[in-house]
Design a protein around this ligand. Structure first.
Ligand code: FEO
Length: 398
């Protein structure tokens, strides 16, 4: 069902309560998601973004509640990724002569996805299109989320439609931020930022500064996933500024996997050392934990301590995905350390330390290796490692 945002502006998207994985199986979505699409009825009829392809019929039905889909004059594709562009073919079949507004890289990407000669018009930052009483104003926003992304602002209604930015994978019964559980909302907004936007934090800061400088009034921020920010809409912009600065909490996460519980004992002893210094920590068996939830905790924490037994002169395969995330997320302002058991060759700790250095996470305490099952002395070394990391978290000499 369509929902009115303001006079002449409607949400015509789809709430996907059943979604549990996104980007294939790359990202967990425990609370579902939504694909938000907006219909603007002015002298021209405009559709901003579509929905993922499997839901194309619901989008067309929602539009048809308000206008004949063949009367759409302008379609804006803020971002070419399939969750937003997947229903473009269906929409364009209804209105084949509509102008399709895209960024220059959006044109390249949409042509690559759909191989159609639609009536493209490319726009760049500052371009405006008059649609009657109001205007559409465009701001290119590369890397929020991909190089083609852009924001669309609707004057008069003062609605910013920034596509992926400021979104959440969060299915809810209601559409606006003042109507939903605030804890859930911020958990999902943070998970979204931590898992998707962290590597582009410098660009987030720059883009927010640029948009604030334009000084457009903003009554609502209407992203393409999750709820719409209408109560104090700039609160999420302030949060993004905070998150993009990557100033972690004074806390640690210990990430490990274990074969016969030895590395687990070491992880717990490290935790005891951290807690002895009055510093918070969380401990995750990564083989049993949701990778994206763990990554969100890594985002929040100052220290990341990784442990694995040595297996086949390397690491347990289950620890590898989170190491790949530590590389890809380009975290800043963190410190790290490594630990693990071994039976014969014992390369694991050095491999983790090398990887942390590759991720530009300085190793602040010498790694602890324990042969076979950890002895009392090994566990004492683990506690000492925890104490050293806690001191590094506080900025004290180790
Ligand atoms: Fe929601 Fe980058 O797609």
């Amino acid at each position: 069902m369509a929902v009115q945002l303001k006079e002449g502006v409607y949400w015509v998207g789809v709430v996907d309560w059943a979604l549990r994985h996104f980007h294939g199986h790359e990202l967990s979505t425990h609370r579902g998601s939504s694909y938000n699409s907006y219909l603007i009825v002015d002298e021209k009829t405009v559709l901003v973004d579509t929905v993922w392809g499997p839901f194309q019929n619901r989008l067309i039905k929602n539009i048809a509640e308000l206008v004949d889909p063949s009367k759409i004059d302008i379609v804006v594709a803020n971002h070419a990724e399939s969750d937003h562009s997947g229903s473009l073919p269906a929409v364009m079949r209804h209105t084949p002569n509509a102008t399709l507004i895209v960024s220059p890289r959006g044109k390249e990407s949409i042509e690559g996805h759909y191989h159609q000669q639609w009536n493209f018009k490319t726009v760049k930052t500052g371009d405006r299109i008059n649609i009657g009483k109001n205007e559409l104003i465009f701001v290119e926003a590369p890397m929020l989320h991909w190089p083609d992304s852009m924001f669309t602002y609707l004057s008069g209604a003062n609605i910013l439609m920034p596509n992926d930015a400021f979104g959440q994978h969060y299915a809810a019964a209601f559409l606006f931020n003042d109507q939903v559980d605030q804890t859930e909302l911020y958990e999902e907004a943070l998970k979204y930022y931590a898992n998707i936007l962290t590597p582009f934090s410098a660009m987030v800061t720059k883009k927010i500064d640029e948009v604030l400088e334009i000084n457009l009034p903003v009554d609502m921020i209407a992203p393409s996933h999750g709820i719409i920010w209408r109560k104090d809409p700039l609160q999420i912009v302030t949060k993004y500024q905070e998150w993009a600065a990557q100033r972690p909490e004074q806390s640690a996460v210990i990430l490990y996997d274990t074969m016969w519980e030895g590395t687990r004992q070491m992880a717990e002893a490290i935790g005891e050392g951290i807690a002895a210094e009055g510093v918070q920590y969380k401990l995750f068996h990564v083989g049993l934990s949701d990778r994206n939830d763990v990554l969100t905790e890594v985002f929040k924490a100052k220290a990341v301590i990784v442990g694995s037994p040595t297996l086949n002169q390397g690491l347990l395969p289950t620890i590898r995905p989170i190491l790949e995330d530590l590389r890809g997320m380009k975290f800043q302002n963190k410190v790290g350390a490594a630990f693990g058991t071994y039976g014969w060759s014992g390369e694991g700790v050095a491999i983790i330390e090398d990887h942390l250095k590759l991720c530009k996470i300085p190793v602040v305490a010498e790694g602890v290796k324990a042969k076979w099952q950890p002895k009392r002395d090994d566990l004492s070394l683990c506690r000492e490692l925890g104490i050293k990391v806690a001191k590094a978290i506080r900025g004290e000499p180790v």
